[in-house]
Design a protein around this ligand. Sequence first.
Ligand SMILES: *[C@@H]1O[C@H](CO)[C@@H](O)[C@H](O)[C@H]1NC(C)=O
Ligand SMILES: *[C@@H]1O[C@H](CO)[C@@H](O)[C@H](O)[C@H]1NC(C)=O
Length: 298
Amino acid sequence: MKPLPICTPSGQSGSSRKAWIVHSLVAGAAIAVAIGAHAVFSGRRFGKFRSTVIGIIPARYASSRFEGKPLVQILGKPMIQRTWERAKLATTLDHIVVATDDEKIAECCQAFGADVIMTSTSCRNGTERCNEALQKIEKKYDVVVNIQGDEPLIEPEIIDGVVKALQRAPDAVFSTAVTSLKPEDGTDPNRVKCVVDNRGYAIYFSRGLIPYNKSGKFNPMFPYLLHLGIQSYDSKFLRIYPELPPTPLQLEEDLEQLKVLENGYKMKVIKVDHDAHGVDTPEDVEKIEALMRERNLS
Ligand SMILES: *[C@@H]1O[C@H](CO)[C@@H](O)[C@H](O)[C@H]1NC(C)=O
Ligand SMILES: *[C@@H]1O[C@H](CO)[C@@H](O)[C@H](O)[C@H]1NC(C)=O
């Protein structure tokens, strides 16, 4: 598989150059992780802190918008296989499993060589599925990465980036990634925005444009952040996460991750250069195939 040439360093100058930004130079090359001194020291002090890592790809068959989505063919390969192959290239994962409630998905994944954990159909979201899968796996892991099956072009560097961020931030229980928000996505409620503090911990996530400029418009000078779906958790935290009762901001925005912040937990955020190409609808398949042809990916 050819590396994606889309990770170019950006925001090197001015206010967007922050210590928590992860510059993945090119996919396949080592990433330079720029982190604050505090994080470096905590990481060293803890030695092998959170050293064992499992990547879980939750995949369900029934989807309101796109039935059988994980099995859709993208340039002749099932989408779930593409995601899994990308995840395989990450260097921080000790183990990768697909967690599914569906026999067809399980068979398909076993056929291309993936380990599969069957989870119940009652899982209400990917996080619950990850949690259930984790309970069913005998070996203990310190960190769980939830790799969305609908991002077949996810860069392995991003997976590694969120894992390393969590390993280096012992005060955080959760880590995730953001990228630059495009102006046209500013008012799209399906594009979740994020603001962080100056050490790269999440302050808030919103479906609205944050921060809000008093002009009422998108400020082209401001480095707005778009939230990407990938998340990693401390496995002890993952056990309690689905059980935490819903919180007011979470319910109002319909964003699960707000529950983490509203309960006072810390979430580490890394910024990456990534052009998100999630597949949510059958139309997205054509778009992503066109893009892959254009970039000579097969
Ligand atoms: C708001 O956006 C404008 C550009 O659209 C920018 O010049 C200004 O500095 C921003 N902030 C405030 C407080 O107006
Ligand atoms: C999963 O969805 C359920 C129902 O919408 C919700 O109560 C629960 O908090 C979600 N899980 C997580 C981890 O947020």
